[in-house]
Design a protein around this ligand. Structure first.
Ligand SMILES: NC(=O)c1ccc[n+]([C@@H]2O[C@H](COP(=O)([O-])OP(=O)(O)OC[C@H]3O[C@@H](n4cnc5c(N)ncnc54)[C@H](OP(=O)(O)O)[C@@H]3O)[C@@H](O)[C@H]2O)c1
Length: 221
């Protein structure tokens, strides 16, 4: 397998920041995309994902695109919508990955429920998934439930109720568990062509945990 070189979209978000920290700590070759924002200083390398020439240039040589972008209704006031953030950015990333020619793995952070979408948020995730699975590039999709940690808190009682009733697809996930699982899939390029929701997602979380334990052991030894 070609050495993995990651391009991360959404590197400034909650999951993105945690992912970049972990990838850096593990010595993974990673480039994080940032869009220009007037409230964020030091953005000489920042560009809009609609700038196709810059996107293709920065993706050329990368093997893996990790799409972590998304928005929420409360951000609509700042100009983001599901159409622009969840669908539009995925469209730009897929087109650029096809043009760059070096990308052999597309990864998308979607959401539980995107398979049978109810409401605008899940319909947007469903459409983003369709763009990725129809890209002709090998892919992996993550469909986690509510995040826990790094400022996110799942609805009260959700963790215990989902455990009690065996609803593994709805079980909240720690942001640290999720980022380790995404990094595991990105660096091993497996599984491909799979939607990770419920049991398959928790299997990858467990594999990533053993990965982390093994690496911690190497550093200790
Ligand atoms: N919260 C949950 O419980 C949950 C559960 C399942 C799935 N998810 C999904 O997980 C994903 C990541 O969540 P998160 O909490 O890390 O999100 P977040 O903190 O809101 O971060 C969103 C990221 O997307 C970027 N972004 C948004 N619109 C963009 C655009 N038009 N162009 C370029 N970048 C754009 C933001 O960039 P800026 O920093 O420039 O704004 C930021 O990096 C989202 O897709 C979300 O829907 C969330």
């Amino acid at each position: 397998m070609t050495a993995r070189a990651l391009f991360v979209a959404g590197s400034t978000g909650t999951v993105g920041r945690a992912f970049m920290r972990l990838a850096d700590a593990r010595g993974v070759d990673v480039v994080g995309h940032r869009r220009p924002r007037p409230d964020r200083p030091g953005g000489a390398d920042d560009f809009d994902l609609a700038d196709e020439a810059r996107l293709v240039a920065s993706m050329t040589g990368r093997t893996t695109v990790v799409q972590l972008i998304g928005t929420m209704r409360r951000r609509f006031g700042a100009g983001d919508t599901y159409e622009t953030s969840d669908i539009g950015t995925t469209r730009h990333l897929v087109a650029a990955a096809q043009r760059a020619g070096t990308v052999d793995h597309l990864m998308l952070l979607s959401s539980v429920g995107a398979g049978k979408p109810v409401g605008a948020y899940l319909r947007a995730k469903h459409e983003a998934e369709r763009l990725v699975t129809g890209s002709g590039i090998p892919w992996t999709i993550f469909r986690p439930s509510s995040f826990d940690g790094d400022g996110h808190r799942p609805p009260w009682g959700m963790a215990s109720l989902t455990r009690l009733f065996g609803l593994s697809a709805l079980r909240p996930i720690l942001v640290t568990e999720l980022t380790a699982a995404i990094l595991h899939v990105a660096t091993t390029r497996a599984p491909l062509g799979e939607i990770l929701e419920g049991a398959p997602l928790w299997r990858v979380v467990a594999a990533a945990r053993s990965d982390g334990d093994a690496q911690a052991g190497e550093h200790a030894g």
